[in-house]
Design a protein around this ligand. Structure first.
Ligand code: PEP
Length: 264
């Protein structure tokens, strides 16, 4: 079974609505998307309406993602955004479990599980991020950490919703400007652990879930990660915040995927 190549970026708290829409427009007109490939862009909430206008009605060639969602359908949750609000803007995907949400906003595994289930039951795709901190790595509990995040975060996911899930492995120590880039040798064993965690949770269907790597990816190293047998895509921050950077990193990642598919 060949899993799709999934590639995209999260703008975090960067880019106005006009800037995000211009990015999406330029990307959509500059790139020929290869078969069995899914691309996504995750701008801030305030950009979603403008990007949606450029993207037109779904299905979208380039998935439009949101950076968070609340689990409740509505209610007294000041500052939060519901699944219904995202669907009204034709959002395709929601990012859940990003290290910055876990760290700065104290999102717990259990809360993330509620969000995952709410998003999936409404038909949204989920990009679920897992990864150990530098401290957890130093104490030798990377495997335990990632498995706990996976087992709790994806607890109760129905088999029919699995096609809507992609997992991003993002070692926290490797992401952002202060991060130390991971090597493919660091990533390979944890990707294997995630793959076996998916098999434990979803039996044979777990083999169909795409696993992305994220953390200081750029055109120089993208292909080294996608050449790994359990890595099916890339989740990129800084290097993909310009259209040129997005395309260069995507192309480098695609070359690694081709290599890995040839070897299978
Ligand atoms: C991230 O923060 O999810 C990320 C992958 O960032 P960067 O690529 O900039 O390390």
């Amino acid at each position: 079974m060949v899993r799709p190549f999934v590639f995209g970026t999260n703008f975090k708290m960067n880019q106005t609505a006009d800037e995000s829409a211009a990015f999406y427009r330029q990307l959509a007109t500059s790139l020929q998307i290869a078969p069995a490939t899914h691309l996504f862009v995750i701008p801030p909430f305030t950009s979603l309406a403008a990007v949606n206008e450029v993207a037109g009605p779904p299905p979208h060639q380039i998935w439009v993602g949101a950076q968070n969602v609340h689990w409740a359908p509505d209610g007294a949750y000041t500052g939060e955004i519901s699944v219904g609000m995202l669907l009204a803007l034709d959002v395709d995907l929601v990012l859940l479990g990003h290290a910055e949400r876990r760290r700065y906003f104290h999102e717990t595994d259990v809360e993330l599980n509620r969000k995952v289930l709410a998003a999936l039951s409404a038909g949204l795709r989920v990009l679920f991020a897992v990864g150990e901190t530098a401290e957890e790595r130093a104490f030798g509990v990377s495997t335990e950490t990632v498995l706990r995040q996976l087992r709790i975060g994806l607890h109760g996911v129905a088999p029919e919703h699995l096609k809507k899930i992609q997992i991003a492995y993002e070692p926290v120590w490797s992401i952002g400007a202060g991060g130390t880039p991971a090597s493919p040798e660091d990533v390979e064993p944890i990707a294997k652990v995630i793959r076996s965690g998916c098999a434990e949770l979803f039996a044979a269907l777990g083999g169909e879930v795409p696993i992305l790597y994220g953390g200081s990816v750029d055109p120089s190293n993208a292909g080294t990660f996608t050449a790994l047998p359990d890595i099916d895509g890339l989740f990129v921050g800084r290097a993909a915040w310009t259209v040129e950077g997005f395309i260069a990193t995507y192309r480098a990642g695609s070359r690694g995927v081709e290599e890995s598919r040839r070897d299978q």
